[in-house]
Design a protein around this ligand. Structure first.
Ligand code: PNS
Length: 168
């Protein structure tokens, strides 16, 4: 039987437990998942593209079925080049829907051969986003349980360790 594969694109700045949950769920459906990290010089990111790619690779060290690649340009072009006809996107809440709907239909109008496949993460990650993780970490809050330990360590290394707020 031919191998089924999908691409899971995102900014992953940084990858969270919600993203990892989607990769694990995706592997129940597809034989191979290419995690595609957006390289966008116009968008300021906390972690460089190389750092984001390395972090994700570090989370799936011996999983041949998970590949991590950086990409720029159109997602559908990259999906075709990788031989991955399906784009996986996570849907956390209704609020994600409009953006995801627009993106899926734009991608379809660009490339009819690429399908978008939506997956819901575990309920316990439905409030989680990379933006909030960065904000909590920058303000010295704990991100344990929100991101894998490797990512929590990288956040601490980048942003510092402890909350040091004193109220009168
Ligand atoms: O994690 P994000 O930031 O929600 O991921 C967004 C991403 C990377 C999937 C999206 O910005 C994207 O596909 N960018 C590549 C450029 C592109 O193809 N744009 C047209 C699709 S609407």
């Amino acid at each position: 039987m031919p191998e089924s594969s999908a691409i899971y694109p995102g900014s992953f700045d940084p990858i969270t437990n919600g993203h990892v949950d989607i990769v694990e769920r995706g592997l129940k459906v597809f034989d191979r998942i290419v995690v595609a990290v957006l390289k966008n010089p116009k968008k300021a990111t906390l972690f460089t593209t190389k750092e984001r790619v390395r972090m994700i690779q570090g989370l799936f060290p011996s999983r041949k079925e998970v590949e991590v690649r950086a990409f720029d340009g159109l997602l559908v072009d990259f999906a075709r080049a990788q031989g991955t006809p399906v784009v996986i996107r996570g849907l956390r809440a209704v609020s994600d829907f409009e953006y995801e709907f627009q993106m899926a239909l734009m991608n379809r109008s660009l490339a009819q051969d690429i399908e978008t496949f939506f997956m819901m993460p575990s309920m316990r990650y439905s409030f989680l986003s990379s933006n909030l993780v960065r904000e909590v970490a920058a303000l010295g809050g704990s991100v344990d349980g929100l991101v894998p330990p490797l990512v929590a360590r990288r956040l601490r290394a980048k942003l510092g360790r402890s909350r040091n707020v004193k109220y009168p």
